[in-house]
Design a protein around this ligand. Structure first.
Ligand SMILES: Nc1ncnc2c1ncn2[C@@H]1O[C@H](COP(=O)(O)OP(=O)(O)OP(=O)(O)O)[C@@H](O)[C@H]1O
Length: 759
């Protein structure tokens, strides 16, 4: 038994770093599988002699259908008697958990009248059997476990008699033939005696009613043709009918041809799909891309993306220090948890330079939905009437990836004055273009604002002109790369395009109101505020001035681009304009200069300008931008697919953890230790508590991930579980384990829903 236990506790199958079986070239003996010395042993179901690639899959080759779960009928004819000859009165050692469970269930396991000795069983064995391929007798339906369904059938069948998990033996080595001979329910927990490594293929006995499952549930037994093959002494059986039928129907459904291509006509497919889900690793097109965030490798999201997300999430949850903000109202309208987004000005009546009113910005939580928003408060503004709400509604309807969406506008006296509140989407971690590119505190990479000798004390441009020109000749190391500027131009014109097309104007196109989130996403913010604050209720048409404001938007855009290109806000002052344009001409392409010239000079010539006129100037740079966005999207999709799998496993672990070791359920203190739960406990040991032969913990993430994935998918593959007292060995399919888990969790759920039934 020691031999068995040590080998069982080892990983049954070698796996690679990603949890894939190293199936190629795998031999039974190197698996160290269940029974040392016995080569006709339980192989995990993803192995066939033809190098099955996908775990738990069905492979088709040489016109033979190979069931992913090798059958061991010939072996079983030896093995079940071994179990029986060593079995206890009820087939299991009485001190084992298994016996406890069986006794508790008042199960009467049929005793076998078979007393074949191991010697007798081995009598039919010969050495050096050549590889053979021949048709053998049909197997029981459970011989071909159906993915996800095996557990259901098995559990149902045995509930009236034997423990659920005993069904698992129907698929273990020896199912089929031994079932018929020995009632199919006998489970010895004693160590089998090592036998010859090479066996003569044994014909399977006829089915009849050998399967308790079929006998109990009266399911008609589907005749299954089975091919038998002996390779190096290992006998493999490949049922064909079920597998072919299933594969054919799958192929029909998919309309795939032998190349896996759609033909519209049903053909036998040659593709093989895994029976469970798993992250397959970084796709090649993402492994080498430029600018790709450094991957943490393995199964987790890349570090950089994770840090960004963590930072954003933390910002969403920050709360103000109540001592520093004692005057914050606890609630305004439908919002609470107000948190200022900018320092409180020393002069509370400090006015926004752009909007002309004192303004504050807060993060706040909607009391009904819990969603965070950005609230812009205009201090001391009293709305004369509600006519402007028509414009507000137009803004609320405007959705675009480059604008901060307006959600609602209302007035409040919660701050002790008449305040107007504009509610926008909250984009955590945003900073303004001013802070990003024009802030004196930002390291300028050796570059100083050419229009300012001291960044904190801007001086007239003329004082610095020569220094500026010298610096630009010297390489302009602090200038923004032209690609960044074009990126911004594309985003800003994209936003302006939809705003103007909606008959509106931005009116706040300024570095203080353009938000930058993440690496390069720009959004226009504070939209609609100007329209409300300057609304003329006497005007018959509130949209009358929009064309004029739209022209102003284009001028403002030209100024922003010029300021970015010169990396100075002073560059756009009228007296500095010519020098700034010279600087742009020297540093950047003609196209960039032309865009700026179009936006800034045509205004003086009173020509009508349109944002769409900029599109030809941007030209093929759209494609560059599109390419960058799509690559980014690919990277993020890959990260999502990893985390999707992790989320799935997390939910599964929650279920397992909820069931495992539960002290009691519905006043039953043995609940977690009996029945299906007992099997889940052993499975938990199998997944997490494996030890090496010398007793050290054996840790392999890929083993854990793979086991959980197979459990989640209910793979038909079998797994050997051993009781902690090493007296019981259970062979169950993941499908059965999944069924057990679902049922056990359901029990907990229904117990949780009925508090009156629990004292
Ligand atoms: N929708 C938003 N989501 C997240 N953060 C925002 C949002 N709008 C503004 N912010 C942040 O709030 C801070 C203050 O913004 P605000 O526009 O009030 O700045 P400001 O330069 O002080 O403007 P003003 O001088 O007009 O008052 C900025 O750091 C900005 O990044």
């Amino acid at each position: 038994m020691d031999n068995i236990s040590s080998s069982l506790r080892k990983p049954a199958v070698p796996v690679d770093g990603r949890g894939n079986y190293l199936s190629s070239g795998l031999t039974v003996s190197n698996m160290g599988a269940c029974y040392p010395g016995d080569e006709t042993l339980l192989l995990p179901g993803n192995h066939s002699i033809n190098n099955v690639i996908f775990p738990g899959s069905i492979s088709y080759s040489d016109n033979r259908v190979k069931q992913e779960e090798p059958s061991y009928t010939g072996c079983g004819e030896r093995m079940d008697p071994m179990f029986l000859s060593y079995s206890q009165a009820n087939g299991v050692p009485q001190e084992s958990k298994l016996a406890t469970y069986m006794n508790r269930q008042n199960t009467s396991t049929p005793t076998s009248n078979v007393s074949q000795s191991i010697t007798k069983n081995l009598a039919g064995l010969t050495l050096d059997t050549p590889v053979s391929l021949k048709k053998v007798t049909p197997q029981a339906p459970e011989f071909v476990p159906a993915a996800g369904g095996g557990g259901t059938t098995g559990n149902t069948a045995t509930r009236s008699g034997s423990p659920d998990f005993l069904n698992s033996f129907t698929g273990m080595p020896g199912s089929g033939g031994p079932q018929a001979t020995f009632g199919g329910r006998r489970r010895s927990t004693e160590s089998p005696v090592p036998v010859s490594p090479q066996l003569t293929p044994q014909p399977s006995p006829p089915l009849n009613n050998c399967s308790p499952t079929s006998a109990l549930d009266k399911t008609p037994i589907t005749p299954v043709s089975t091919y038998q093959e002996n390779v190096g002494g290992t006998t493999y059986f490949y049922p064909t009918t079920v597998a072919v039928a299933a594969a054919a129907s799958a192929g029909d459904a998919a309309g795939l041809n032998s190349s896996g291509l759609s033909t519209g006509s049903p053909v036998v497919p040659s593709i093989v799909l895994p029976s469970f889900h798993m992250y397959p690793g970084t796709p090649t097109h993402l492994a080498t891309i430029k600018g790709k965030p450094p991957s943490s490798g393995g199964f987790y999201v890349a570090n950089e993306i994770r840090m960004e997300a963590l930072h954003r999430n933390a910002l969403v949850l920050v709360q103000p220090d109540p001592e520093q903000f004692p005057d914050l109202p606890s609630e305004i309208d439908n919002y609470h948890e107000l948190c200022p987004l900018k320092p409180v000005p020393s002069n509370p009546m400090h006015k926004s330079q752009l909007l002309g009113y004192p303004m504050s910005t807060y993060k706040a939580t909607n009391t009904k939905t819990g969603v965070r928003y950005c609230l812009r408060r205009v201090h001391g503004f009293r709305l004369p009437n509600t006519k402007c709400m028509g414009l507000v509604d137009m803004w609320k309807r405007l959705q675009h990836s480059n604008i901060v969406q307006l959600r609602e506008v209302f007035t409040t006296k919660a701050f002790g004055d008449y305040s107007m509140i504009f509610v926008y989407d909250y984009h955590p971690g945003s900073e303004t273009l001013l802070m990003k590119h024009f802030s004196p505190s930002e390291p300028l990479n050796g570059y100083a604002d050419p229009f300012s000798a001291d960044p904190t004390a801007p001086r007239p441009y003329s004082h610095q002109k020569n220094a500026l020109l010298r610096q630009q000749h010297g390489g302009g190391s602090g200038m923004l790369p032209e690609g960044v500027i074009w990126n911004y131009i594309i985003q800003l014109t994209s936003a302006l395009r939809v705003i103007h097309a909606a008959g509106l104007a931005c009116r706040t196109l300024d570095p203080t109101k353009i938000l930058l989130t993440g690496r390069s996403r720009l959004r226009l913010s504070s939209l609609a505020i100007s329209d409300v604050l300057t609304f003329d209720s006497t005007s018959p048409n509130p949209l009358q001035l929009m064309p004029h404001f739209q022209q102003e938007d284009l001028t403002a855009l030209g100024k922003v681009i010029l300021a970015l290109a010169c990396r100075s806000l002073m560059a756009v002052q009228r007296e500095n304009m010519q020098t700034s344009l010279d600087l742009v001409s020297r540093t950047y392409s003609n196209d960039l200069r032309n865009v700026i010239m179009y936006l800034l000079t045509n205004q003086q010539q009173q020509q009508h300008r349109s944002v769409t006129d900029l599109m030809p100037m941007i030209g093929a740079r759209f494609y560059t931008q599109l390419d960058a966005i799509q690559i980014r999207s690919d990277v993020l999709e890959n990260e999502v697919s990893k985390e999707m799998e992790n989320g799935r496993l997390c939910r599964l672990l929650v279920k397992l953890g909820t069931v495992n070791e539960r002290p009691e359920l519905s006043l039953d203190p043995t609940w977690a230790e009996t029945g299906d739960r007992y099997m889940l406990k052993l499975f938990r040991d199998y997944v997490f508590h494996q030890v090496t032969e010398d007793g050290r913990p054996w840790l392999d993430m890929s083993h854990v991930v793979q086991c959980l994935n197979k459990l989640d998918a209910g793979a038909p593959e079998k797994v050997c579980l051993m009781s902690r007292d090493e007296q019981s060995i259970l062979v169950v399919s993941y499908a059965e384990l999944k069924q057990c888990l679902e049922q056990s969790f359901e029990e907990i759920l229904s117990a949780a829903a009925k508090p009156d039934q629990i004292v």
